[in-house]
Ligand binder design. Sequence first.
Ligand SMILES: C[S@@+](CC[C@H](N)C(=O)[O-])C[C@H]1O[C@@H](n2cnc3c(N)ncnc32)[C@H](O)[C@@H]1O
Length: 205
Amino acid sequence: MNNIVWPSRLYEFLSFIQKSDLEKIILDCGAGGSRPPLALFHEWGYECHGIDISQTAIDSAISFASEHGLSLNLKLGDMRDLAYEDETFSFVYTQNSICHLKKEDQKKAIDEMLHVLTPEGILYADFMSTESSYCGLADLGKDIGQNEYHYVDEDGEDVLHVFFDDDEADTFFENAEIIHKLKMTRALKIPRNSVDVWHFYYAKK
Ligand SMILES: C[S@@+](CC[C@H](N)C(=O)[O-])C[C@H]1O[C@@H](n2cnc3c(N)ncnc32)[C@H](O)[C@@H]1O
């Protein structure tokens, strides 16, 4: 399905996992930033944990949590090597973050997320589509192959952006069951008439 309406991905995930009987314990991989998405799950009574590879991003999320009195258990970490016991979390997600890793590293990260999920636990991950307008724009940065590009962002930082064809990311979930898959398109104002396209995956361990 290819929609033009853009509902919040995490509200959808929340509404999906609210139907589950599993313990309410959740991990966010790439949890940093000034508005940490984990706050949503905290509001709904989940025990929250989050890791991010950037000290600045994690500090910013910790400031938000302490300002609002939220217990989010945020720490520095790499989703390719998660420092948690196997089968710790009923729910794991990564939003708008795994797309900054090379495809081989994305596979490692998904394997790690599946390890820390409990049996029957649910994983949400999103992947950028090759149909996004800025996939392959030569003036934005360097092509390192397999639809993986080094782009220089607004702050002058070199950030990897990795794009997938339809169904390409299915191979990451060979050790799980894909229970829901959606392709979403969002119209962007800048650059004019451009679109942002994502593949959303829900998988059960
Ligand atoms: C665009 S931000 C999105 C942040 C947040 N998930 C959100 O949706 O608001 C991407 C985040 O992924 C983090 N990140 C990138 N590679 C990572 C890795 N290997 N492990 C953990 N976090 C990573 C970055 O530091 C950054 O904070």
